[in-house]
Design a protein around this ligand. Sequence first.
Ligand code: PEP
Ligand code: MG
Length: 905
Amino acid sequence: MSKYVYSFGGGTAEGDSTMRNLLGGKGANLCEMANLGFPVPPGFTIPTDLCNIYYELDGDYPEGLKEQVNAAIVKMGDIRGGAYGSTENPLLLSVRSGARQSMPGMMDTILNVGLTTETLGGLITQTGNERFAYDAYRRLITMYSDVVMEKSKGIEPTEGRGIRLQLEHLLEAKKEALGAEGDTDLTADDLKDLVDQYKTTVERVLGTPFPDSAEEQIWGAIGAVFDSWNATRAIAYRRIEGIPDEWGTAVNVQAMVYGNMGENSATGVAFTRDPATGENIFYGEWLANAQGEDVVAGLRTPLPVNDLMKNDSSDDSETLEARHKACYDEMIDLREKLEQHYGDMQDIEFTIEDGQLWMLQCRTGKRTGAAAIKMAVDMCKEGLIDKKEALKRVSADSLVQVLLPMVDPAAEGAAELLAKGLPAGPGGANGKLVFTSDDAVTQGKENGEKVILVRDETSPEDVHGMHAASAVLTAKGGMTSHAALVARAWGKCCIVGCSDIEIDVENRQMSIGGKIFKEGEWITLNGTTGNVYDGQLDLIDPDLETNVEFTELMDFTDEFRRLKIRTNADTPADAQRAIGFGAEGIGLFRIEHMFYGEGSDEPLFKLRKMIMSSDEVERRAALDELYPHMKSDIKATLDVMSGYPVTIRLLDPPLHEFVPHDANARQELASELNVSITEFNRRSDDLHETNPMMGHRGVRLGISFPEITEAQVRAILESAVELTQEGRDIHPEIMIPVLGHVNELKNQKKIVDQVYQEVREKYNVDAIDHMVGTMIEIPRAALTADKVAEAAEFFSFGTNDLTQMSFGFSRDDVAGFLPDYIEQGVLDNDPFQTVDQDGVGQLIEVGIERGRKTRPDLKVGICGEHGGDADSVIFCHNINMDYVSCSPFRVPIARLAAAHAVIQD
Ligand code: PEP
Ligand code: MG
C-alpha cells in the first residue's frame, strides 16, 4: 500500500530536510529537527502529492489514508501522552499547511483540534486549569469556523462580516464590558460564557452547529488545508511568486503544546539573525500565556525576546530572556546549531509550555534585500558558506531593494512627524491613502496612482492590495506579523504596529492624534525607521558607498563574471556615478541627450535651428554654432571615462520632438532663421512623420545630411586628441544607429575616415585611437550581420528597437495593449523588459554568429534596456557577448547577474 503518512517525534523521523518536495518545507524541517534531537512535538505529515490526489478525487481521500492517519495519531499519543478523542486525557492536535516553498500566512492553521464538550472535561481534569481549557476551546471555535466552515466552503463574506471577525468582536465586547485590558485578564467563567456565545453565533451565521466530534474535526481540518491551496489568496500569492499550481500543499498534524497554560507559558517567533538588517543577533518576539496565532496574526503587539531588539516603543517591555532565562539560553544554543546545520538564517516558531521549550517549526527565513546581502557576506566570512553560495543567496530582486529610493533626510528633518511604528519593510515611499485592498488595486494598479494601504492589521486576504500599493501601514501587529513578513519578502516599504492610528474603514479615513486624514491625502513612510509623515516628501537614491557588505558582495561578483559591464550614460555625472557602481566603460552615449535637461537651453536652441534649416548652407552655419557645445559635452564625458572605452552614438533624434510647440519659441526661432512664421510652419509640417519610430532617424539622417555626421565625428576625434595630449587614456567608439543595410554603414564610414584624416593633420598626430561600429536594431541588420561586419568593428544590440521591429510593436504605443497580453497570458512578460529569447534572441544569436564569421574579433555588446535585466544578462552571457550596458543604477544588478550566469554554468 502507498505510504501516505510520515511520522516524526521522540528523537526519530520518517523523513528529512531533503524531502521538501514531498513533505513540504515545514514537514521536511520538522523531520530534520526531530532527527537532530530537538524538542519537537510528535506528529506526522501527509505529503504534497496527496493534495493532487484529493483534487483528482473531488475532495475525497484514497483508500488506506484513514488507517495510516489513525495509527500515526496513536503513536503521537504514546510519545506525548493521552489519546485523541479521550474523555480522560485528550490529545489535541494542530493541523497546518506546508507547501514546498513557504507562503507566509497564505494558508491555514487550526489549533486545539479535538476539543469537544466531552473531551473538554478531560483536559480540565488533566491540567487542573479550567481557564486554559476554555481559552483553548474558544480559539478552536474561532479558527475552525473561519478556516473549515467558512473559507474552505468558498463563503466570501463582505468586508468586516467574516465569522472570525464577528467572533473577535464578541471577545472585544466582553473585554470592554469587564474593563479587561488583555485576553489574559478574562477568567474561566468569562471564557465559558464566550464559548457559548461563539457557538450560537457560528450556528446563526453559518447555518450549521460547531462540530462536537473529534473525528469530524480532524478530517474537516485536513480537508480545509487542502482546500486552502486553491483559496483566492493562495492563488494570488502563487501568481506573484511564480509557484506552480501542481506543487500542492502537505498537511502537518502535530500534538499540541500549550503556550496558553498560564504565566509560565509563552509562545513566539524568532529569527537566528535580524531579517530586516541582517545583523547577527538573535531576533524575535514573544507573548506570555498565548498561542502562536496571537503573534503572527498581529492581534496583540508582542514583546522583544532580548534587550538588543528593544526600540523606543518597547523600551520597558519584559524580554523573554528576563522571564524564561533557561529556555532562552536553550534557544541560543539551538540557534547556533540550526545555523551550523542549515548554513542559513532560520525562522523559528516556539512555544514554552509550563517552563519547557518546544520547537514548532523552522524554515529558511525571508529577509529584506539589505539583510540578504549582509548575511551572505557575513556568513561567508564566518566560514558557513563560500563566495559562490554567498552570491547565490542574493537575488537580483534583493539587490534592487537596496537601490530603492529612501526619504530625503533634508525633507524628513523639516517634516511633521505624524506617528511612529515598527520599521518592518525597507526604503521610503509616499502615496495617497487607501483603506481597503480592493481600493489599493483599483487606484494603484488600474488607475496608476501611488497609494499607501492603511489597515488595522493585514490578513492574507490583503495580498493583492499590498502588492498594488507602494507601501503598507498597519495600526496593529509586530515585526513578525503577516504584513511584515510579506512586505519584507517583497522589499516593500512597510510600517506595522503604529498604534497612534485609528482607522475608520467605512468612512475611508483615519485619525492620528485627533487629526483626520481622508482617502486620497498624501503621506510618506520611512520604512527603515518606522516614521510616518504628513504630505508628500521627496525620495532620493540611497547612499551605497557606506554600505560595506554591498561593496564586498560586488567585489565577489567580479571574481566570477566573464561579461564586462558598461553603462548607458549621457553626462559626466552619470558616467561618474556608474564608475562608482563598477561600470567598465560606456556602452551608449546618446548625443541627443545633451539637449535635454538642465543647462541645455542654448544648445537646444541651436539644435532646433539646425533641424529647421532648409539647405546645406543654413545647416552648416547652424552646425558651426552647435559644434562647441557638442564638443565640450563629449569631451567632458570622455575625460571622466579616461581608461575606459566609450561608445558614442551619432544623433538618433525623433526630429519632430525637437520642434518647439510654444508660439513664442516658434517665433523666436523663425526670427533667428530669418524666415516668416508661415515658412517656419511649413518646414515644421515637413518634418512631421506618420511613424517617427520608423522615420528619418539615425543613419538615415547622416545619409541625407552628411555634414551632421561630419560635425559629430570631428567633435569626438578632436576631443580624443586633445585629451590624449593632456595625458588622458581615451578610447572612443563611434557608433552608427538604426542600420538595416551594410551600404548605409559604408556610406557613413567614408565620412568618418575623411574627418579622421583632417583631424590627424590638424593636430599633426599619426593616429587617433578609435573604432567604428554599429547598432544592430533592425532585423535585416542581424540577418545580414556577416556583411555588416565587413565594415563594423563592433556590434551593439539595440534591443529596444530590435524588439519593436521584430514584434512589430511600436515602442511608443505598446502600453495601450501589452497589459492585456500579460493578463491573458499571451506573453509571459514584457518583451521590452526581458529579452524574448525565442524570437528576438534568435536574431541576436544569428547576428553574433554571422558577424564573428566575418570578423572573429568582433566586439559584441547590448545597450537596449535589457542590458540591466538579470535574466537578459544571463542570456547575453550564454550567447557569448563581450559586455552588457545599462543605466548606472542597474550596473550592480548586471554585475550580479553576470556572476550568477557563471555560477549556474
Ligand atoms: C535601442 O534601440 O535598443 C537603443 C538602445 O536605442 P534607443 O533606445 O535610443 O532607440
Ligand atoms: Mg534604438
